[in-house]
Design a protein. Structure first.
Length: 506
């Protein structure tokens, strides 16, 4: 509730990394990846008679409304719409924020929750109010709250009138200028420029990038007053009180075309990596390692999020870098996770010591990140050292490197990146790497079963794109001998699957 009391406007991001948006028809509410759109902004109104209840008003002046109308006949979810204000004190406009870890659940007047649906159409991108009973959908009612800084725009009413003056512009136009995290909107301008409007995305709770923007080298000190260390095996990452060690120094690398993402490189020239490997079987935390993959993927990327005087480092999929305490094997270990217990909430907080900075003249550009041009090793597993690291790090220790370069390391499984196609075969954001996991099998049937477990979808067809014409084709028999595969899941009930059947591909 605290963030809603301080913020005049917010954005709500679902577990699918999509934003709650109000369509221009002034009726529908759905999810969209376009968080820069004006339709993703919701203005907060506190309910005077209830200290723990809010109303959310869209850029159209309509209210987020929990209706009693069924979303689909025979299903439990009810529609969530945007409606014109009739009686502003009506309960259907009211939402009770309930904190759940670092996220929020929004409870309706009838004790249900705002839910962001996934899966197949018509559920995909829909928003309903429901009380999920299935374990796999428990996270669907959790929302990340991003405060929108309108503190210097005057009243919300004035700001909304400024927004409405831009209503004729398409949403794509709002992506034309990158947002500046520390910029504000001028109140002297009668009309907001596109650049000024993009500054609305700045979040005073997420300004931790200012610590890293000009930093060359940093140290990270955990809640346990121990430093993040890269171990000499060039794979493990731990905590230690020896902050003077070179192993505690991490080089900051800014990610191109992003104002909020960094990479951290150890003294062994390897990246801090959020792996998919569980730290302990049956536990939620996953290993954090040092690695140097052939391609710079999302597992190397961290989003600094400010928390008062500390920083949280967030992975692409919502986990946080965590310095663990307690008894062995947890003691001094480092994982990425979302802490569920109050006692471990501070374990994801880090104090940042800036050791070196980039000294630049006003016209200088930030240093370009180092690119990886080698192609000898295709293994993403942090257990397998890359050929470059073997040559660069061990050459001085051995008089001959013949044994190091004779053959690339053996590939232990392959990395599968996957997307789920729409009914017509279109894939949303296919240019992005997508979700991934390590697969050690060779058969299509085995891969299909694994993907069903990963996605929770039944009746899927595993497809790949032809390198000749870019069309989707079902995978059959054995998988190709690639260390990295990009696949697309097609629902067996979709139009594309019907087309496959007509062509005799199934």
């Amino acid at each position: 509730m605290e963030v809603f009391q301080k913020a005049k406007a917010v954005k709500l991001r679902s577990h699918l990394d999509k934003y709650l948006v109000a369509d221009d028809d002034r009726k529908k509410v759905r999810q969209s990846r376009n968080g820069s759109s004006r339709r993703a902004i919701w203005f907060v109104e506190l309910v005077e008679r209830k200290s723990n209840v809010i109303r959310l008003r869209s850029c159209h002046g309509t209210y987020l409304t929990a209706t009693t109308e069924s979303f689909l006949l025979g299903m439990t979810g009810n529609k969530v719409l945007q409606t014109e204000p009739e009686m502003v004190y009506d309960l259907k406009y009211e939402w009770e924020p309930i904190t759940d870890g670092f996220q929020v659940k929004l409870k309706t007047w009838c004790s249900k929750y705002l839910r962001a649906n996934g899966g197949t159409p018509p559920w995909r991108n829909s928003v309903t109010q429901d009380d999920p009973h299935v374990t796999s959908t428990q996270n669907w009612i959790l929302w990340d709250v991003e405060a929108v800084d309108v503190s210097e725009t005057g009243s919300v009413k004035d700001f909304m009138s400024s927004v409405s003056s831009l209503s004729s512009l398409s949403d794509e136009a709002f992506d034309s200028e990158p947002a500046s995290p520390m910029s504000v909107i001028s109140t002297n301008s009668p009309r907001l420029s596109l650049k000024q409007f993009s500054h609305i995305n700045s979040n005073k709770f997420r300004s931790a990038m200012e610590l890293f923007r000009n930093a060359k080298t940093v140290r990270l000190r955990s809640h346990h007053d121990k430093y993040l260390l890269a171990e000499e095996d060039e794979e493990s990452v731990t905590q230690d009180r020896n902050g003077s060690s070179k192993n505690a120094r991490w080089t900051v690398e800014l990610v191109p075309n992003s104002d909020s993402i960094i990479r951290l490189k150890s003294c062994y020239n390897k990246y801090l990596t959020a792996s998919n490997h569980p730290f302990l079987l049956g536990m939620t935390g996953r290993k954090v390692t040092q690695s140097r993959p052939q391609r710079l993927d999302s597992s190397l990327e961290w989003e600094p999020v400010r928390n008062r005087n500390h920083v949280k480092l967030k992975t692409r999929y919502g986990n946080f870098l965590r310095g663990n305490g307690g008894l062995p094997p947890w003691r001094n270990s480092v994982t990425h996770d979302i802490p569920q217990r109050t006692a471990t909430q501070d374990w994801i907080l880090w104090h940042v010591d800036v050791l070196d900075i980039h000294v630049q003249s006003p016209g200088d550009k930030p240093p370009a990140p180092q690119t990886l041009s080698y192609s000898d090793s295709l293994d993403f597993s942090p257990r397998s050292p890359s050929l470059v690291s073997i040559i660069s790090e061990k050459f001085s220790r051995q008089q001959s490197t013949d044994s190091n370069v004779s053959s690339p390391p053996k590939v232990d499984g392959r990395t599968i990146y996957y997307h789920v196609a729409e009914e017509n075969g279109d894939v949303d954001d296919e240019t992005v790497e997508g979700y991934s996991f390590t697969f050690k099998g060779n058969g299509v049937d085995e891969l299909t079963r694994k993907l069903k477990e990963e996605t929770g979808l039944d009746g899927v067809i595993v497809c790949t794109r032809s390198p000749l014409n870019g069309k989707l084709y079902p995978l059959r028999l054995q998988l190709p001998p690639n260390a990295i595969m990009h696949v697309v899941l097609v629902l067996s009930s979709s139009e594309v699957a019907e087309e496959f059947s007509k062509q005799g591909l199934l």
